[in-house]
Ligand binder design. Structure first.
Ligand SMILES: N[C@@H](CCC(=O)N[C@@H](CSS)C(=O)NCC(=O)O)C(=O)O
Length: 337
């Protein structure tokens, strides 16, 4: 379990030089949420720099997130990918996480795959089959996709990271070093992933898998407020990731969520990699009050997790190997054919 002191250490920063700003690129993106006092007060405005999109893949109930700094001349973007690709020839392992990846744009998937765009943009958890959709969106919005970020190696779908890299040259894939998967860049707790003037912090949240991380928007006057946590499969809305394979540990997951997510400001938005109940977002305060698993004491939580009786993900035997190499096996096969 990481201490707060360890989290504050910034061991690496992936930042591109920031060119002079041009006001013509300035776009205001706001979203409002009517929430109770514990979840945060009345309405919210994120940083005027941030462009944010939540994308959904219904077969695997997976979200991908696109974040971009639209105040930056290049509009750098990130994709947090949670991609899914059902075709048997389209799967590959994601270096970052163990999930299977499909076609797509750059999206991060970690049982929480997130896409973040920064007019330099980033994609988090991209799903294989949604790559074309994601790439088109990035083009339509005039963004420059720079990173495809995964929260972990997914077991239920193939990440779209590999395919995304083939369709968006120059995009770098990112996953945690602890995942032991392949990728262009590896992150550790305390690292920062920059896109334009915005950045994500890396927090280690193992338990669903050993390499799971949560990406949190930066803390500071120029960063989006409230903060946003892309929790992958560690924390789902009114639930959490299972802990019965891929090195999972309910004991560890409990500590991860309580020490790394529930210590964030209560108005921090929670954006997971999956949702099976019709939710799209929550807040830290809301989950601290209403999460039916993580509000319990640790022993009760461990008992709940040991008795979920979930069937194995249908794609696990293909997804995990494919995602360990971020879908690159499939891309290589296509290039060779
Ligand atoms: N039925 C799906 C798999 C559903 C599942 O197991 N989801 C995982 C996250 S993807 S590894 C999970 O942790 N679920 C927690 C829960 O409480 O449902 C399929 O066959 O793909």
């Amino acid at each position: 379990m990481l201490s707060k002191v360890q989290f504050l250490k910034v061991s690496a920063t992936f930042c591109a030089p920031t060119p002079p700003k041009r006001s013509s690129f300035h776009q205001i993106v706001t979203f409002r949420a009517k929430l109770g006092s514990r979840m945060g007060s009345a309405s919210y405005t994120t940083s005027s720099k941030l462009l944010f999109r939540q994308l959904f893949e219904k077969e695997s109930s997976t979200y991908t997130y696109l974040l971009a700094d639209v105040s930056h001349p290049d509009k750098p973007a990130l994709l947090l990918i949670f991609c899914f690709f059902p075709g048997k020839n389209a799967m590959a392992l994601c270096k970052f996480c163990s999930h299977l990846t499909g076609k797509l744009i750059v999206v991060l998937r970690c049982c929480v795959c997130l896409r973040i765009l920064d007019m330099k943009s980033k994609l988090v958890d991209p799903v294989d089959k949604t790559v074309d959709r994601d790439v088109s969106l990035v083009k339509e919005l005039g963004l420059k996709l720079i990173y495809a970020i995964n929260t972990h190696v997914h077991a239920d779908h193939v990440t779209g990271t590999g395919l995304l890299k083939s369709k968006a040259p120059g995009v770098k894939s990112i996953i945690s070093k602890a995942s032991q998967a392949k990728a262009d860049l590896f992150v550790e707790p305390g690292d920062k992933i920059c896109f334009g003037d915005l950045f994500l912090e890396v927090r280690a949240t193992p338990g669903h898998t050993q390499g799971c991380v949560t990406y949190v928007t930066g803390d500071g006057p120029d960063q989006p407020q409230p903060r946003m946590a892309f929790t992958g499969d560690a924390l789902l809305i009114r639930g959490c990731g299972r802990t019965d394979f891929q090195g999972g540990s309910s004991d560890q997951l409990y500590d991860s969520v309580h020490s790394q997510i529930f210590t964030l400001p209560e108005d921090t938005f929670v954006y997971p990699a999956h949702d099976y109940k019709g939710f799209s977002a929550s807040t830290v305060g809301e989950e601290m009050q209403y999460n039916p698993r993580l509000t319990k004491d640790k022993e009760t939580f461990k008992n709940i997790m040991a008795n979920l009786n979930l069937s194995y993900p249908k794609m696990i035997d293909r997804a995990v190997p494919a995602n360990m190499v971020c879908g690159l096996q499939d891309v290589e096969a296509k290039v060779a054919s």
